[in-house]
Design a protein around this ligand. Sequence first.
Ligand code: PLP
Length: 281
Amino acid sequence: RIVYVNGKFLPEEDAKISVFDRGFLFADAVYEVSSVLNGKLIDNEGHMWRLKRSLDELEMQHPASAEEIETIQKTLIEKNGIEEGLVYLQVTRGAADRDFTYPANTKPSLVMFTQKKNLLESPQAKVGITVITSPDIRWQRRDIKTVSLLAASMAKMQAKAAGADDAWLVEDGFVTEGSSSNAYIVTQDGTVVTRHLGNEILAGITRKAALRLAEEEGIKIEERSFTVDEALAAAEAFVTSATTFVTPVVSIDGQKIGDGTPGPIAQKLRGIYMEEALKAS
Ligand code: PLP
């Protein structure tokens, strides 16, 4: 596999990052994941916008312009022959003597790699996923997409140990989001409810697209907090993320949602999201 590190395309075994890189020492780094269908990037403009925002929130230098980054992404897709999968990109503040304060004028590192993945024919999308709820122990700036992902990893491990596919994170009784996705319920009267944007959740690029498509379909939307009890009583539940698009959730904490099969609104939104993505690809 060919990866990209600071200006060079290299076989993965030849790619190197300093042990003093602040991404490694402090998780002082941000990332983006863009999906690839038919060899083309999906929703990449949104991911470039959010990358810029994450960098600016952390006062991190931009390693390259959005156009330059996209050119590197496309080159990497081509070099690795990716038809379906993803491009991961990470920007770190760079290498400096270890110190908690941001060092002045470090050169940011830019790293990218690709992964082949079946996104369209995902078995999980057909049958839906099961989730458990777990306390949201992450930091309070979840709107910044940093590589500090241990809390999310722990929640996913907890889900796995419980025989579930994923975790929905809960703070003060309210669902914030999935461990690596945005979370939604559909009320018995057909309203799609998802947490409002703020520091508590990541502004998903797929979330934005899914809400726009739902609105175009004439589906009622409420962007607000919802409780675990409300989710358990919902007609449907689902999640969105760049690599899973719209994926139905069929049970929460072992309790069936609706009849325990993927709901019609989740399936409809997945269908129209994929249709639009494939048209653009
Ligand atoms: N929320 C969290 C915590 C995530 O990690 C992700 C994606 O990885 C999302 C939401 C969904 O964001 P996007 O649709 O931009 O992939």
